[in-house]
Design a protein around this ligand. Structure first.
Ligand code: FAD
Length: 480
């Protein structure tokens, strides 16, 4: 039933936080009754269905957000359905005259938001949007001729020239209630359990629950732990998969449980300007996140189309079901690849260096189309996002922006000897190899049979030659 008292809707999407949430702070400042809504939209045109690991995360993140909102006198309303329809219904139910959100950057999402803005304008509802999830709006960082950057280093230099990112906003401690006593009915929330975001049979989420604390408090804890620990030595530590040398903030950033502005300024506070190069390297990783989103903003089809169209003619080979399953399940016979793929399955996350090696193995040694790997990661990563996942897959495949040249083929043996010399990471995820010493563990096929561990699915030298020959044919075609 329509209400006669004007109110505000704040629509949270990939910004499940109270801290540095410009939409929420703006909505609070309006002083009107406030409905805070999250919409599970699996129906609007072009919206990519969430992967399994991300659904698990979302369930817990929403639970945590609802509890945080309650402490401020507010509440979280959950609705499922096509977002435009849900917003229309909610505006009708609550008598909303204000609609507020933080911007998102994917193609279908932007089209949807534009439609809703147009609908709001027609109905006399004021729709206001804010910058919250990227330090630099993609359309503001352009080359001299006004186009998008295709290479990271000048992109990041241009970001630096654009000035220091704004200071983060404090979390509101009190929010207007959705329904001041006696004045209106509160919008009804759907029970989260009805959304079936958690896996049931089988329930594979035990390892995720042990590893992660979804929600805003968990995100801030991660940042503190990182700044108190690995940050100082990030430049070296980030390459070693057997130690916690990185921030592990990626899934928290994926859901906007922590703001990049907060991270940026916390680093500034803890590490003054004269801090060593490690802090700069960490900042530039945040820059890669910005670069990936800029790539998606300009190329909405990044997950399905080669960024470099000449790769459309590349002769990918369809892997046999056995090869694909071996890669997915961590049974390729190459310990670094297998440890990574098992870490992914068990914890929903994989170390960046190992992601590169595992991805290179799929697209180069098995010669499989990068989209197969992108889809698997989309389903299994807790940090799977619409920009970083395809952009990094294309980077590894050679079809992307500023990509690793195709002829750069990660050697999983050399990589594990270099970055996991003692075999600590390998032993953690491949118990079958635990008895091997730190020399033998990188090449178990050279040992008398290791119980329970498979022989390599392909030989490294021949598969490398095959990949290089395939690439050469693509180059030759281009010259014809
Ligand atoms: P840190 O080293 O602590 O870095 C801090 C933050 O910087 C990260 O949380 C992330 O937001 C950003 N960042 C770091 N490296 C990159 C990068 N190469 N590209 C974009 N942002 C980066 N990252 C995702 O967030 N989502 C994905 O879906 C994703 N898919 C990937 C797929 C492949 C094949 C590869 C090679 C990399 C992928 N990455 C993805 C990038 C990177 O592996 C992760 O961001 C990083 O491992 C997350 O761990 P962290 O938070 O400890 O990173």
């Amino acid at each position: 039933m329509a209400s006669s008292v004007a109110s505000t809707i704040v629509w949270l999407r990939d910004d499940l936080r109270l801290d540095d949430n410009p939409a929420l702070s703006h909505a609070a400042g309006l002083g009107l009754p406030l409905t805070v809504v999250y919409i599970l939209d699996e129906e609007s045109d072009g919206i990519r269905p969430l992967g399994g690991a991300v659904r698990w995360w979302l369930h817990h993140s929403l639970t945590s957000l609802a509890a945080d909102l309650e402490k401020t006198g507010s509440a979280l309303t959950l609705r499922r359905g096509p977002a435009a329809k849900v917003i229309r219904e909610l505006a009708e139910e609550t008598g909303a005259r204000q609609l507020v959100w933080n911007r998102r950057y994917g193609g279908p999402e932007r089209a949807l938001d534009a439609d809703i803005k147009a609908w709001a304008a027609e109905g006399g509802i004021e729709a206001t949007s804010f910058q919250a999830n990227l330090l630099f709006e993609p359309w503001t960082i352009t080359t001299g001729s006004g186009g998008p950057y295709k290479v990271f280093t000048p992109f990041w230099r241009a970001c630096a020239a654009a000035g220091e990112p704004r200071k983060p906003l404090d979390a509101p401690t009190r929010l207007p209630s959705p329904a001041p006593a006696g004045r209106r009915k509160m919008a009804v929330s759907e029970p989260l359990a009805d959304w079936n975001l958690l896996p049931v049979s089988p329930d594979w989420s035990g390892g995720l629950a042990k590893t992660w604390g979804p929600g805003e408090a968990g995100a801030h804890q991660r940042l503190d732990d990182f700044l108190d620990g690995p940050a100082e030595d990030y430049g070296t530590g980030r390459n070693v998969p057997g130690v916690e040398g990185t921030s592990r903030l990626s899934p928290h950033l994926r859901f906007g449980e922590i703001s990049p502005f907060r991270i940026w300024h916390e680093i500034r506070l803890r590490f003054p300007r004269e801090a060593g190069p490690d802090v700069g390297i960490f900042r530039s990783e945040l820059g890669w996140r910005e670069f990936c989103w800029q790539l998606l903003y300009v190329n909405p089809q990044l997950a399905t189309r080669n960024y470099r169209p000449e790769f459309d003619a590349f002769e990918w080979q369809k892997p046999t079901p056995g090869e694909l399953a071996a890669w997915q399940q961590g049974r390729t016979g190459y310990p670094l690849v297998d440890a990574g793929m098992r870490q992914l399955w068990q914890t929903g996350w994989m170390h960046n260096r190992v992601r590169m090696a595992a991805a290179s193995f799929l697209v180069k040694n098995l010669l499989a189309d990068w989209r197969l790997g992108e889809e698997w990661f989309w389903d299994t990563l807790v940090d799977a996002d619409a920009a970083s996942n395809p952009a990094n897959w294309q980077w590894v495949a050679g079809s992307g922006a500023d990509a690793s040249p195709y002829f750069r083929i990660f050697n999983p043996v050399t990589q594990s000897k270099k970055f996991d010399a003692e075999g600590r990471y390998l032993r953690e995820f491949i118990p079958e190899l635990a008895p091997l010493d730190s020399k033998a563990i990188h090449e178990p096929w050279k040992q008398p049979e290791v119980e329970g561990y498979p022989a390599p699915v392909v030989g490294l030298p021949e598969s490398r030659e095959r990949a290089l020959a395939t690439y050469q044919r693509l180059k030759d075609q281009k010259q014809d």
